[in-house]
Design a protein around this ligand. Structure first.
Ligand SMILES: [Zn+2]
Length: 376
């Protein structure tokens, strides 16, 4: 005689529950082990003994190693980025969110030393995370941010505001105006600044909306928020990222014995890569390279200045065919239109540059800058 149908069903149910429990335990255990492994290992705990008065952090948004290679191929020679900064290595870019990071989480990692979820701007669990900008100000330094897109976009926002979601750009503008204490803020974003136009200029701060006004800057702080087509990539134009970087360095270094922190972003390298527009990407990267020339020139004449050039993540998985020549450069070399998890290169010049490990995490960028500034 076989078992009854009822017993059979009960056994099947039991087996199903047992398998489910085992699968759940296996899933939870492997997730915990992975997380503990990943997040206990991510920082390389760099130990920097050198000290710098000034730091210029230059972020090519979306600028992977292959982006720089394509631009070099186009130019027929290495760029300043990959030929004039003596130290280089790689940066891991992961955020807490599975998959590739976005600019908000990656900029937050560099600005605060903390991993956060994508879209978050220098906050975790509803609380603000202290930024290198705020720490530098506490140490008596001047601070500035320069970008080729809106000053309220994720990268500059992470260095000057604390919001739960990067899309809260009006709130970011308001925090930059009321709380950031920045000495320099240059970029686009008039739509977010216009509503506050009456409260931006004051006794200590100039508020400009065009390049031509910048020559009359006289106060200790200068916000210049340009129209959306306001920054050129043509290298001999007087309205480029290079010119903004020169002006920022003038303002930050003038009559200032305590040093400064300046972040300069080539923001549209990412935009052009999302669009798979190779010529546009090259133009943006070359304009960023011109700004690197300016930063290096400053660092060579002001010896206590460290320049770090890097990216927040790679965008659009560029692949360069073997033996490719300049004439072969093509939009088809982009193999996706989204961010990737590739490591990105860093390049460094000045005090402490040779002490940076060959491989770092994006959170280490904060630790390195903090040590260079001798902030405990
Ligand atoms: Zn992007």
């Amino acid at each position: 005689m076989g078992k009854s149908n009822a017993t059979n069903t009960r056994e099947k149910k039991f087996l199903l529950i047992a398998i489910s429990i085992i699968l759940i335990i296996a899933f939870v255990t492997s997730t915990v082990i992975f997380s503990v492994y990943y997040f206990s290992k991510y920082s390389k705990n760099p130990e920097i003994t050198a000290r710098a008065e000034n730091i210029i952090l230059m972020i090519g948004d979306g600028m992977g190693e292959k982006h720089i290679e394509v631009a070099s191929l186009y130019e027929g020679a290495p760029l300043t980025i990959n030929s004039s900064l003596p130290e280089y290595g790689y940066v891991k870019t992961r955020s807490l969110t599975p998959g590739p990071t976005d600019s908000a989480a990656s900029a937050t990692a560099m600005a605060t030393g903390k991993k956060v979820w994508n879209r978050t701007v220098s906050m975790f669990n509803g609380k603000p995370l202290e930024t290198i900008t705020e720490l530098a100000q506490k140490a008596g330094k001047k601070t500035g941010l320069v970008t080729t897109k809106s000053v309220t976009d994720a990268t500059p926002a992470a260095f000057s505001a604390h919001v739960k979601h990067r899309k809260n750009q009006s709130e970011i503008a308001l925090q930059q105006i009321e709380n950031s204490n920045l000495n320099v803020l240059f970029g686009l974003g008039q739509e977010y600044y216009a509503p506050y136009s009456t409260k931006i200029a004051n006794d200590t701060r100039d508020y400009f909306t065009s390049f031509s006004q910048l020559s009359s800057a006289s106060k200790e702080s200068v916000f210049c928020i340009l129209p959306d087509d306001g920054i050129s990539t043509i290298s001999n134009s007087e309205e480029t990222l290079r010119v903004l970087t020169e002006k920022a360095l003038d303002i930050l270094s003038k009559d200032n014995p305590n040093g400064f922190f300046l972040m300069v972003e080539g923001a549209k390298i990412d935009t052009m890569s999302h669009d798979n527009n190779m010529q546009g990407m090259i133009n943006e990267l070359m304009a960023f390279d011109d700004a690197v020339v300016t930063a290096l020139h400053f660092a060579r004449t002001n010896k206590n200045t460290t320049v770090i050039v890097l990216a927040d993540h790679e965008t659009a998985r560029i692949r360069i065919p073997a033996d490719a020549e300049a004439n072969d450069i093509s939009d088809k070399w982009f193999k996706s239109s989204i961010h990737t998890m590739r490591d990105v290169p860093y390049f460094a010049f000045g005090p402490g540059a040779s002490e940076i490990p060959d491989e770092i995490d994006n959170t280490d960028v904060f630790l390195i800058m903090k040590q260079l500034f001798n902030i405990p």
